[in-house]
Design a protein around this ligand. Structure first.
Ligand code: AMP
Length: 536
């Protein structure tokens, strides 16, 4: 119980006890007084009865208010109490399912689990046995996504996990829900000291904000507080959150280190840690920062690490910082385009014609001017130029790229998400990891620098089980990527235009920093079926 609650309770007790003391002091006085009051009471009651007004409803409202007086802490404490009493135990109905159902689930979603724990995946929410207050967070979803189904039994049992799964697979709730259970258990044990218990480290501001949004919403349901920490904005708000005390921190590495170094943020109480998109963080040069951050947290924490791929650098990080992790791979860690995306490549011989082709294409795919279309450019300048040109042509368009400040980027993203500006033009870095619902078309105005970026770009559509279409303009300037693109198209059983074939099918052997030796050169080899998680 917090000191204010104790004080409140004591005050209530004093108020309640005070008249009794008076009674003890002067019983006689009291008797006389009581007689008088009784008479007065009777008179008042009579008057009240006679007076036919709508007082009843007022009284009812007041009593309702009384019952819910000081409700916030009580409700939060009750919620924490309920959540803290939860312990993962395999549900009897789940245990009774035939093994073939479980095997089919693993096969259908290409799930592989390695490690010493043998838990059945939580195929339905009801099998999790989680209390209603936390289940409210997923009330709009039919069933757990594959990554949630496979990782919850492990993380809810307190074990470390390496999860190989992409953004868009539902992994934010895969780690947020066990995180909340963990925090509740800790709060119940009276370990509340204002320092954060859960830390999520994300590679980009946008991704951190997305995760923080989900943590905030889920946390609210059970009275757990959170803060999102990222660079490019004033530090004061973030400092204040730490001063007030906060349970969950979602952060990008650079700003977090800044706040630790200046003494605003203390990670010594973190016991549940998530490294999100580990491969991208390493790819973006955050390795030293991540290692430093891990060093500020206690060693006996529970650690969950998510990564879209599983190169050597990520394995090393896992072996250095995770304790006997279970490894859960959803889909294939090899590069493969989403099966839900139709890929259409248009070869344009003169790059100067791209803008005209874009306007023609928009006439076709953005006729309604309301459906969401995401256009990718390669460089900031190009993004800015196209944004202006589309505006000039009467389109409601927003842009996100490195030259915009955080507020402008957030604003742009929000107006794209809420549909007030259904066209968005983005560069790869700005759009990395973004979860934008219902993007109907992706248009690659300029081909990206790597084939991996191409796969990530087109994966912005066709999410959550929906179908999407990706158009790609390919010019002689992109010739070096023709072989790789042809392979990706073939793997997904897409049409390869003759003009693209004419650029050649050679693929330069390479080792990508994020994909390592796991980058697959499939030129000339019979295409392997692409694997991607499908929500059904
Ligand atoms: P994430 O991979 O965490 O970025 O999640 C991608 C999207 O999936 C988000 O918009 C989530 O709200 C949504 N999502 C999370 N869990 C589920 C679920 N069980 N069923 C359907 N959608 C979900």
């Amino acid at each position: 119980m917090s000191p204010t609650k104790i004080e409140k309770a004591e005050k209530r007790k004093r108020d309640e006890e005070a008249p009794l003391e008076k009674v003890k002091k002067s019983k006689k006085d009291k008797k006389n007084k009581k007689d008088k009051e009784d008479k007065k009471d009777k008179k008042q009651k009579k008057e009240k009865k006679e007076k036919k007004t709508d007082d009843d409803s007022t009284a009812a409202d007041e009593s309702k208010l009384d019952r819910t007086a000081s409700p916030a802490t009580t409700a939060a404490e009750e919620n924490i109490e309920i959540l803290a009493s939860y312990q993962y135990k395999e549900n009897a109905e789940l245990s009774a399912l035939p093994q073939s159902t479980i095997d089919e689930f693993y096969k259908k979603h290409t799930i592989e689990i390695t490690g010493d724990l043998r838990h059945r995946p939580i195929l339905e929410f009801k099998y999790a046995g989680l209390p209603d207050n936390i289940m409210a967070v997923v009330k709009n979803f039919d069933r757990p996504t594959p990554v949630q189904a496979a990782t919850w039994p492990i993380s809810l049992s307190g074990r470390d996990i390496v999860g190989i799964a992409e953004t868009g697979s539902g992994k934010t709730l895969a780690f947020t829900i066990p995180g909340l259970v963990h925090i509740a258990t800790k709060l119940k044990q009276g370990k509340k000291n204002g320092k954060p218990s859960m830390l999520v480290v994300s590679p980009t501001r946008e991704l951190a904000m997305q995760s923080a949004e989900q943590a905030e919403a889920a946390g609210k349901a059970v009275g757990v507080t959170s803060v999102c920490v990222y660079g490019g904005v004033d530090k004061q708000f973030q400092r204040k959150a730490f001063q007030r005390g906060v349970d969950i921190v979602v952060a990008t590495p650079g700003r977090l280190i800044d706040l630790i170094n200046e003494g605003s943020c203390d990670l010594s109480n973190v016991s549940f840690m998530v490294l999100d998109e580990a491969d991208r963080m390493l790819d973006d040069g955050f390795e030293n920062d991540i290692r430093a951050i891990m060093g500020y947290t206690p060693k006996d924490r529970q650690t969950l690490m998510f990564s879209a791929t599983w190169p050597e650098s990520v394995r090393k990080l896992a072996s250095d910082f995770l304790n006997k992790p279970m490894r859960v791979t959803i889909g294939s860690p090899d590069l493969a385009a989403s099966k839900n995306v139709e890929q259409i490549v248009k070869v344009i011989q003169n790059p100067r014609d791209k803008e005209r082709h874009l306007l023609d294409l928009l006439k076709k795919v953005h006729k309604s001017r309301t459906n969401r279309v995401l256009i990718f450019a390669l460089y900031k300048k190009e993004a800015m130029r196209i944004e202006r040109s589309l505006e000039y042509n009467g389109f409601k368009v927003v842009g996100i790229h490195g030259d915009k400040n955080q507020q402008q980027r957030t604003q742009a993203l929000n107006s794209f998400k809420d549909g007030s500006y259904p066209l968005m033009i983005a560069t790869d870095v700005a759009a990395r990891g973004l979860d934008i619902p219902d993007v109907e078309y992706v248009i690659n105005l300029t081909f990206p620098l790597t084939i991996e970026a191409y796969v990530h770009r087109i994966g912005r559509t066709g999410r959550g089980g929906k179908k999407g279409v990706a158009y790609t303009f390919f010019t002689p300037e992109d010739k070096a990527h023709s072989g790789e693109l042809i392979n990706v198209l073939k793997e997904a059983n897409m049409k390869v235009p003759d003009e693209l074939m004419a650029f050649g099918t050679t693929v330069k052997k390479k080792t990508h920093s994020a994909y390592g030796a796991f980058f697959k050169d499939t030129s000339g080899v019979e295409a392997k079926k692409p694997t991607k998680i499908i929500f059904d």
